[in-house]
Design a protein around this ligand. Structure first.
Ligand SMILES: [Zn+2]
Length: 305
């Protein structure tokens, strides 16, 4: 089990809480360059190498306007597999091993940290609706759950073919749409303010899944970027490696490069949901190296979206 890790800057504190572990094939975290989405998935099914157990992080943000949770991790039913995952989908049955003990679900973990999951959160902020991010939704029946519309549409229309497990969504699940009414930020053409003070905003990072978003948290000296599955590790982001389960490799790469471009403009601490490097980077507020991200060749030609 990964222990929770904390980072703070200014009046904001972020706690990364892992809800168990996910083990996947190496070709899931790093797909073959130039391969189509279908080719990538076939590669994963044939891959005999595993990454080893990786964290399934959720992030508690302590902000002057209240507590926010980014993603909800997974739940213990997904470890058991019997009847929870669609039997007809070989990807779910063979390509991922989820291990979550009941006490590792986000509800009990928040309680252990002194946060009442039923009452204390201002909102749950979803990066995307893949099954290992939505497994804990059931702990938050009384909390607004924010998701980008495009992401909800993809999850509802494609279901497990898009990595979403509709059957695991609580019956009351009625997400609050993220409104992209804010200004451009770096290469992101629009943004969505989450807090009144504008220090938490959502930006669009599609590719891995349609309508995926990242949350930028402007804290004292750094900007935390809660990046969902934009990349599996910071190293893959820096090397322009796109994952094996992406819905659109070109869009994934464009989104990754926008985040790299942002890292050249301001100090960012990158927090992808399955990156073991967070154990080191978050407590130290270790930023994405700008020497790499400021390379003009690495951030792509302007206007190529
Ligand atoms: Zn995902």
């Amino acid at each position: 089990m990964y222990a929770e890790v904390r980072g703070e800057s200014g009046d904001i504190r972020i706690t990364a809480i892992s809800t168990g572990t996910a083990n996947c094939h190496k070709l899931q975290e790093a797909g073959r360059d130039g391969a189509s989405p279908m080719r990538r998935k076939l590669d994963i099914m044939r891959d005999r190498e595993w990454t080893g157990p990786k964290p399934i992080y959720t992030f508690l943000i302590e902000h002057p306007e209240g507590l926010f949770l980014v993603d909800t991790g997974d739940n213990h039913h997904n470890s058991e597999q019997k009847g929870y995952l669609p039997w007809w989908n070989p990807f779910f049955q063979k390509a991922v091993q989820i291990k979550v003990a009941p006490e590792e679900e986000i509800g009990p973990q928040l309680t252990r940290l002194g946060v009442n999951p039923g009452r204390d959160l201002k909102a749950v902020l979803m990066t995307h609706l893949h099954h290992d991010h939505t497994g804990g939704l059931g702990h938050f029946p009384h909390t607004p759950i924010m998701v980008a519309d495009e992401n909800v549409k993809a999850a509802k229309s494609k279901g497990s073919l898009a990595g979403a497990l509709k059957s695991s969504f609580p019956r009351w699940f009625d997400p609050t749409p993220i409104e992209f009414t804010g200004e451009s930020i770096g290469q992101f053409t629009r943004s969505a303010p989450i807090t009144k003070d504008g220090s938490i905003v959502a930006v669009e990072i599609p590719g891995h899944m349609e309508g995926q978003v990242a949350y930028l948290v402007r804290a004292g000296d750094v900007t935390y970027v809660l990046a969902g599955d934009l990349t599996y590790t910071q190293e893959f982001l820096l090397a322009d490696v796109v994952d094996g389960v992406t819905a659109d490799p070109d869009l994934s790469l464009a989104s990754q490069r926008k985040v790299k471009a942002l890292a050249a403009e301001e100090p960012i601490v990158l927090l992808p949901a399955h990156d073991p490097g967070i154990e080191r980077r978050l407590p130290a507020n270790e930023v994405v190296p700008s020497a790499v991200s400021s390379d003009p060749a690495a951030v792509g030609a302007p206007g190529k979206e």
